[in-house]
Write a protein that binds this ligand. Structure first.
Ligand code: UGA
Length: 442
């Protein structure tokens, strides 16, 4: 088996390195020459736990190139892992995906098995076979193999998957699917071999369901604030019902990242395209969008003006444990602070460089190396992701560093009662506003 992985983002690079770690020779292709140059030197281009060590161990089995001819010619198995971003109208932009197919048509010199790990609209994988075979003299087997990696846990998820879902379009595909599943089964996991349409649908339905859970609890959180309930206690009580479970019931400023926003919009678009109104997905998206405004309104209500206020922003990646700022909730929140002329100081353990690139025009944002530096003389601290480092912050860290310890916690990181001494606001829980200490009083 000669494996080529096309597209070395989260999905592609983790797949390539994982397959190489099984002592298979893997050819990795990406259009980005800079990325290829770093990977050739054995430098991981992603901040993922254990990825660098796995890459170092497996480098002898990996070749990297930005020449698609080299990558495609000798491959018997091609894993397509390019991004399929959201288009302006909410549909899925397949430009990159089809350009890979065109490269395959151009460069292949033999029959090939194409394994699609990119998230593509339902029906795409079946079209792929026809698209390739109409344009090439070779035969192609196409397997739909959606990925279920979570950023920050990508290597762990790859080594120990919850499930493997593989979609095939005919009987012959089943043998290929079994062979591929075997490579991903170093630990036991349920394997489902089904139709391409089912596999594609499972990916959209799973991500949208998880996003829906988040929007549901966020909607409940808004109501909790009105009726004097505590959403953390409500979620805990709900999760004691094993049918509901405890995952994805953490209220906050909403979901971001490269998957949930894109896939909920994609599913809504696919449903509309098939004349199936999917109001539940539309509400999921709408609630998520409103959650940032909900958070901002709390801040606006607390301060008459934000002009010249020192704002410490802790966490700008879309979640803790990653350097990824794509669709991060921090983006509109920091923009809003800048529009109100606040002085913004940012700290994130991993994502500062990426955020700085995004806000390159805003040269007056300050980036600091420690949370305490961000908090120094701040009038308000905004906690926007669940980076592990923030969990160890104590009221004293806010009281001793800030002008006044006013905290808006967008991820409900702390127990309300543990924050005594600070003015503490969070999502869907009562605020602490009395007995606020200042550094002078200590
Ligand atoms: C998500 C899915 O969890 C993976 O199963 C899937 O494979 C992946 O998308 C994908 O399609 O590639 P990911 O985007 O890495 O993974 O991140 P999640 O951990 O799911 O978090 C997404 C967002 O939801 C984050 O902004 C997070 O802070 C937020 N979130 C998550 C909540 O607000 N509340 C929760 O209870 C859970």
């Amino acid at each position: 088996m000669q494996i080529t992985v096309i597209g070395l983002g989260y999905v592609g690079l983790v797949n390539a390195v994982y397959l190489a770690s099984l002592d298979r020779e893997v050819f990795g292709y990406d259009i980005d020459k800079n990325k290829i140059s770093l990977l050739r030197q054995g430098v991981s281009t992603l901040e993922e736990p254990n990825l660098q060590s796995l890459l170092t161990e497996s480098l002898h089995n990996l070749r990297f190139s930005s020449n698609h001819k080299d990558a495609i010619r000798h491959a018997t198995h091609i894993f397509i892992c390019v991004d399929t971003p959201q288009a302006k109208d909410g549909s899925v932009d397949l430009k990159n995906f089809y350009s890979v197919l065109d490269n395959i048509v151009e460069d292949s010199v033999q029959d090939q098995c194409i394994i699609i790990r990119s998230t593509v609209p339902v029906g795409t994988n079946r079209i792929v076979k026809k698209y390739l075979e109409d344009r090439s003299q070779y035969h192609f087997d196409v397997i739909s193999f959606p990925e279920f990696l979570s950023q920050g846990k990508a290597v762990e998820n790859m080594i120990q998957p919850d499930r493997l879902i593989l979609g095939v379009s005919d009987q012959k595909g089943i043998a290929h699917a079994k062979e591929i599943a075997q490579m991903y089964l170093i630990k036991k996991a349920p394997v489902m071999i089904t139709s391409c349409e089912n596999a594609e649908m499972i990916k959209y339905a799973s991500n949208s369901f998880l996003a829906m859970k988040i929007s549901y609890i966020n909607n409940i959180a808004q109501l909790c604030e009105k009726v004097g309930a505590d959403v953390e206690k409500v979620a805990k009580g709900m999760s004691l019902d094993p049918r509901i479970g405890e995952s994805f019931l953490k209220a906050g400023i909403g979901y971001g990242g490269s998957c949930f926003p894109k896939d909920t919009n994609g599913l809504y678009w696919i449903a509309n395209d098939n004349s199936v109104p999917m109001e539940i997905v539309r509400s999921t998206i709408k609630i998520n969008e409103s959650q940032v405004q909900f958070f901002l309104d709390k801040i606006y209500k607390r301060f008459k003006s934000l002009s010249a206020l020192n704002v410490a922003v802790l966490g700008v990646a879309f979640k803790g444990g990653t350097e990824d700022v794509r669709q991060s909730q921090a983006i509109p929140i920091v923009k809003a602070m800048l529009e109100k002329n606040a002085n913004v100081v940012v700290y994130d353990p991993l994502a500062m460089d990426n955020f700085q690139k995004l806000f390159a025009r805003h040269t007056h944002i300050k980036y600091v190396d420690y949370p305490s530096d961000a908090l120094k003389n701040a009038d308000v601290a905004l906690i926007l992701n669940d980076s592990e480092e923030f969990l160890s912050l104590k009221p004293i860290d806010f009281i001793m560093n800030m002008r006044k310890p006013v905290i808006f916690d967008g991820r409900n990181l702390y127990k309300v009662e543990s924050m005594e001494g600070t003015e503490y606001h969070s999502i869907g829980r009562p605020s602490l506003t009395t007995k606020v200490k200042s550094r002078k009083s200590l």
